[in-house]
Design a protein around this ligand. Structure first.
Ligand code: HEM
Length: 180
């Protein structure tokens, strides 16, 4: 036995720096997110998402992504984009898209030499939002299936609810602004 067990309960121990700080702060997350998005563009299962995205929209999404992650990971950063449910409702994202995103992340972990404990924390922070991102019907599919729809009123106007709380959707509170 070593004496390390005592350090686990030492009340004078310094709190661990945030994940944001341990990853290297805003600039490091900015570069990491850019690399992950670039890999997404080349991925056979999700590359099409960027096929008709403007350069300026890409810039905006990149910054929003960095701000979101920085805030989540304990940085003194304010994310001003949409909540995760609103941002992804109607995209029709599936396990295939989800796994493709992780392919891109894992490649970046290797390229940036991320230690295993940081990989695990980053994985967990993404996975927490999975129910808010994956599983929505595609809004286009909903519109085409309901020719009577007023497209300004959303899928709920034709009785398609996502996330569907009646089916026990487990959405973390921070993934959804109340009322969305
Ligand atoms: C936990 C995983 C994910 C997180 C934390 C996340 C985070 C975000 C954030 C912060 C935005 C910006 C929202 C805004 O600008 O208001 C966004 C938008 C977007 N996300 Fe995700 N995302 C995730 C998974 C995915 C996946 C798996 C895909 C597809 C492969 C995806 C595709 C997109 C697209 C295309 C947009 C742009 C939406 C638009 O502006 O209309 N996301 N995401």
């Amino acid at each position: 036995m070593t004496g390390t067990a005592h350090s686990d309960i030492d009340p004078t121990a310094e709190p661990q720096p945030s994940l944001y700080e341990r990853l290297g702060g805003y600039d490091a997350i900015y570069v990491f997110a850019a690399a992950a998005l670039k890999k997404g563009m080349a991925h056979p299962d999700i590359g099409h998402i960027w096929a008709h995205m403007s350069e300026s929209t890409f810039y905006k999404e990149h910054i929003n992504f960095v701000d979101f992650l920085s805030e989540q990971w304990g940085g003194n950063v304010r994310y001003r984009g949409r909540d995760m449910v609103t941002a992804h409702r109607g995209m029709g994202l599936t396990e295939v898209h989800w796994n493709a995103m992780f392919d891109c992340l894992y490649e970046c972990y290797d390229e940036f030499g991320l230690p295993q404990e940081l990989r695990d924390e980053v994985d967990a922070s993404f996975t927490k939002f999975k129910p808010a991102v994956v599983g929505s019907p595609s809004y286009r599919d909903v519109v085409l299936a309901h020719p009577e729809i007023d497209v300004t009123k959303g899928m709920k106007s034709v009785g398609v609810h996502w996330p569907d709380r009646r089916r026990g959707a487990a959405i973390p509170a921070e993934a959804e602004q109340s009322g969305s």
